[in-house]
Write a protein that binds this ligand. Structure first.
Ligand code: COA
Length: 229
């Protein structure tokens, strides 16, 4: 065991389902990662992008349990990223299946007019999801910004989507003014396609709004350059 600078205890053994990148060990989020997930989401530079308030440990435990369920039932959800050398919690990120609902239905306008776009995944728990395209995202503890870790998680997510899950497309959405997240999307080869409206943070407004503008980036399998750095 080692004690990371964030005060968290980490096992240094690789779990069998972990994926390794050059600098990171990516573990599937489940109940045992709840405290590490909380460490990321309670960061003052992270939570304002997601929630109206800093999440409690209990909230993170519920998220971690739900992500673990999605890994079990949907075969994918977010990873927690640990520094391979130090074991420190760097951030969280990766893929998830997108719910079949009106919010995500707005994405149809930015995907090809082909049947795979609306096809649903066979397993309808914990929610009914699209079968052939996935959402990708990232969040890093503030001290790990500016070192390329988000792009490293992002590229690992694209490889998992296209090589392992057989995805046709990966999408990413962030509120219009989240320039750093949009830069990650572009850096890993995704292309801006337009905007949708959903509940989220609006620049300069304290409370979340129902119709916040979100920028959408898309990468189709056929446009993926696996060698892009
Ligand atoms: C969005 C977020 C993950 C982006 O993090 P980031 O550190 O800006 O992005 P990366 O990890 O890809 O790092 C890129 C930067 O590292 C630099 N860098 C330094 N060393 C590097 C290396 N070895 N390899 C690659 N890039 C490196 C790059 O030049 C780039 O610098 P720049 O920002 O000056 O252009 C981060 O801002 C965050 O956690 N925000 C809060 C949560 C959030 O908004 N999440 C998204 C919600 S949709």
């Amino acid at each position: 065991m080692i004690v990371g600078r964030g005060g968290t205890l980490r096992r240094m053994e690789d779990s069998p389902s972990a994926r390794l990148t050059k600098r990171l060990r990516l573990e599937q989020v489940g109940p045992t990662n709840a405290r590490d997930l909380w460490l990321v989401h309670q960061d003052d530079a992270v939570w304002p992008w997601y929630d109206g308030a800093r999440p409690s440990l209990g909230q993170a435990q519920r998220w971690a349990a739900s992500m673990g369920e999605s890994w079990r039932l949907h075969g994918v959800h977010k990873w927690i990223a640990y520094d391979r050398a130090s074991g420190e919690v760097v951030g969280r990120g990766g893929l998830s299946r997108t719910p079949v609902d009106d919010d995500w239905g707005q994405l149809y306008a930015y995907l090809p007019a082909e049947p795979w776009v609306r096809a649903t995944h066979d397993v309808h728990r914990p929610f009914s999801a699209h079968a052939h395209w996935f959402e990708i995202g990232w969040a890093l503890r503030r001290e790990f910004w500016g070192r390329g870790y988000a792009a490293e998680i992002g590229r690992a997510g694209l490889a998992f989507a296209f090589d392992v899950l057989g995805a046709q497309a990966v999408v990413s959405c962030t509120v219009r003014h989240n320039a750093r997240s949009r830069a990650v999307m572009e850096r890993i080869g995704m292309r801006y396609t337009g905007e949708i409206r959903s509940r989220g943070v609006v620049d300069g407004v304290a409370a979340e709004q129902d119709d916040a503008p979100f920028a959408v980036c898309v990468l189709l399998h056929d446009d993926w350059d696996r060698s892009a750095e």
